[in-house]
Design a protein around this ligand. Structure first.
Ligand code: ADQ
Length: 489
């Protein structure tokens, strides 16, 4: 395909997500320094060669003045990023409020916050109003930059109102929406006061994607039960208008991890870690410090394991790396103190003057340190209470081709559907079962570890992030754009 000017034609992909993949730090009135954060989505889209991706999103900073906004817009343009400027009040109501206080816990089966249970409470209403306003602000920026033939890919629970805003402006726009979290059972979704508005808006998209078939099924059930639309094998249909709904399980850039293990600095790091923990089996947890990740449950299970297996007490160490997130939210502060308290108690109980059973770090690790840790681990513990997919489990497997360690994986993580045959699956709420799985993992024969690892390694290296993005975008391209706006019945 060629343009009139002879240059090869690459379709433009407008990726719209709450956060841009950059951290912006203001250096002066009109100067900014930017750092690209190499998340899964960025790497996935960098690999998609047939599209020219542009990012639209919030830069994560409040920029109230015009000079600052202009300068940041210019700096971001060099990284193919386009900012949406949100003021502090909107961020508070839309992002901290409706997204993180209402949708995030609800979609992970933690229910709605008590004081927001009634649709009539002012806080719920004002947060939902801010959510819609913020989504409209994202839509305005998309509309400003959209050119005919572009494909628009909206991401995650922050932007459920976006497909409708976009289609209202231009019914011909090709719009996809992908959810990175679970979509809960329709019985959970129906407790949400704004349940119908959000479903209708998402259905305005041409293609709606989830990590697993179960989440897609829950979404279709919610549309049939709450909106009275028809669920078909293809998706959701209403008066002859079809919205395609399907599962697109995400992957990682496995080659990036495998290549990193060959770097001298990573090898050096691996050597240090091996020396530091010699004579002990290494167990690892890597999570954002979030209630959905089941960190207290994991640590309590480890305590039970130590209690019941005195033999292992000085022969195993649990490294729990937890990046603090949403630190201004009281529930997250409470979780941090709870985790610290449990870790302190267990270390006091089972530690000695020279060694403790749990090393808990409240911080992020750089990519190379993370790869080295994955590589020296004997048993990884992923005990999410719910998790859309969980990429940590994939990253661990990618770094284990030499060691062939064991993955203990929550059956409530999306990854359980892809790595279930190689992992030991557990119910993270059942502390006794998780403790028993630790024992099973530490005592597993080399043959069984090899067999389980091969299964997972094959999956992780053959279902990559790039393939995920390509599949979604090519299916989106194949959908027929229809006028799908559904007005309230
Ligand atoms: P997250 O909830 O952030 O993502 P996950 O999929 O595990 O969860 O991804 C976390 C990423 O952050 C991984 O790449 C991991 O390496 C990194 N990370 C975590 N802790 C770290 C630490 N201490 N130091 C350095 N890096 C750390 C959401 C959903 C998931 C879904 C993804 C992608 O909640 O279910 O899998 O999006 O769709």
């Amino acid at each position: 395909c060629e343009r009139q000017d002879g240059r090869p034609f690459r379709q433009r992909l407008l990726v719209v997500a709450n956060r841009l993949p950059v951290s912006a730090v203001r250096r002066g009135e009109d100067s900014w320094s930017l750092e690209i954060s190499a998340g899964g989505l960025v790497t996935a889209l960098l690999g998609v060669k047939e599209f020219e991706a542009r990012w639209i999103g919030w830069a994560g900073v409040n920029v109230p003045d015009e000079i600052g906004q202009k300068a940041l817009t210019k700096a971001l343009a060099e990284k193919r990023c386009i900012p949406v400027f949100l003021d502090e009040e909107i961020v508070h109501q839309y992002y901290n409020g409706y997204c993180n206080n209402i949708l995030w816990p609800l979609f992970h089966y933690l229910g709605l916050p008590q004081e927001d249970r009634l649709a009539t409470t002012r806080s719920f209403q004002s947060q939902f109003a801010a959510y819609k306003k913020a989504n409209q602000m994202f839509a305005d920026v998309v509309n400003m930059h959209y050119e005919e033939g572009d494909v628009v890919w909206c991401h995650d629970y922050h932007l459920m109102y976006l497909p409708e805003c976009l289609k209202k402006h231009n019914t011909n726009m090709k719009v996809g929406w992908f959810l990175h979290t679970p979509f809960p059972s329709s019985e959970i979704h129906r407790t949400l006061p704004s349940r119908s508005e959000l479903l209708r808006s998402v259905l305005a998209a041409d293609l709606v994607g989830f990590h697993t078939y179960d989440y897609a099924r829950h979404f279709v059930s919610a549309c049939t039960r709450i909106l009275g639309f028809e669920g078909t094998p293809e998706g959701v249909e209403d008066q002859g208008r079809l919205t395609r709904v399907a599962a697109f399980p995400i992957g990682i850039d496995s080659e990036r991890f495998i290549r990193a293990l060959e770097l001298p600095q990573v090898k050096e790091h691996i050597k240090d870690l091996k020396e530091r923990f010699s004579g002990r089996k290494v167990m690892l947890g890597v999570d954002r410090l979030d209630m959905i990740k089941g960190i207290p449950q994991k640590i309590l299970a480890f305590e039970k394991f130590l209690e019941e297996n005195p033999y292992w007490r000085d022969k195993v160490v649990l490294l729990q790396i937890a990046v603090p997130t949403r630190t201004d939210v009281p529930e997250y502060q409470k979780l941090t103190s709870q985790v610290h308290e449990i870790v302190g108690r267990i270390n006091g109980r089972f530690g000695s003057l020279t060694a403790v059973p749990i090393h808990h770090l409240d911080r992020s690790l750089d990519f190379h340190a993370l790869c080295a840790l994955y590589a020296v681990t004997d048993v990884a513990l992923v005990t999410s209470l719910r998790d859309g997919m969980n990429l940590v489990s994939y990253e661990f497997v990618a770094c284990q081709d030499a060691k062939k360690g064991v993955l203990i994986l929550s059956e409530f993580a999306g990854a359980a559907q892809s790595l279930g045959a190689g992992a030991i699956l557990v119910n993270p709420w059942n502390i006794t079962e998780v403790a028993a799985s630790i024992s099973q993992a530490l005592n597993m024969s080399a043959e069984e570890r090899e067999k389980r690892h091969q299964h997972n390694f094959h999956h992780v290296t053959s279902h990559t992030a790039q393939e995920w993005a390509e599949t979604f975008v090519s299916e989106l391209n194949d959908t027929v754009v229809e006028a799908k706006l559904r007005t309230s019945k």
